[in-house]
Design a protein. Sequence first.
Length: 170
Amino acid sequence: MSTRHILMETSLGSVTIVASGEAIIGLYFRHHIRRPAQETFGQEVAPAADALLAEAGEQLIDYLAGGRREFDLPFDASGDAFQRAVWSIVAEIPFGATATYGQIAERLGDKSLAYRVGQAVGANPLCIFVPCHRVVGANGNLTGYAGGLKRKQALLELEEPAQVRAGRLF
């Protein structure tokens, strides 16, 4: 099966989910930083015509509605060895938790790699599916997000533990 995509509306705006063969290879917002050229997404298909893309869309909507904490989909992100190592670590950050670029760099064996980690996180083609929104600055501040900081904040709030959320009400 060739590369193809669906376009769908979500609570975070319009997203494009891209598949190639039997794997999801991308999730992009309309004004995504580092969004590949539209022609690389292949043909647009109806979700009903593609079981993999339909399932990816359903899982995304379920996650955004608070009904899902992780994704059960085949992924195949295109990147170099360093990027793939970073994305693998990012994929392990639990729902409701965050990690810093420096912590990821330390896991890779060299805290001085934090800047390169940031570049790799920013190049993540599986936005939300590989939860790069869970990576924050050293002081806990929100830093860049390919989908924009408002979306990053919304995703972190969606995953925020109930006791933390309740504490913010007072």
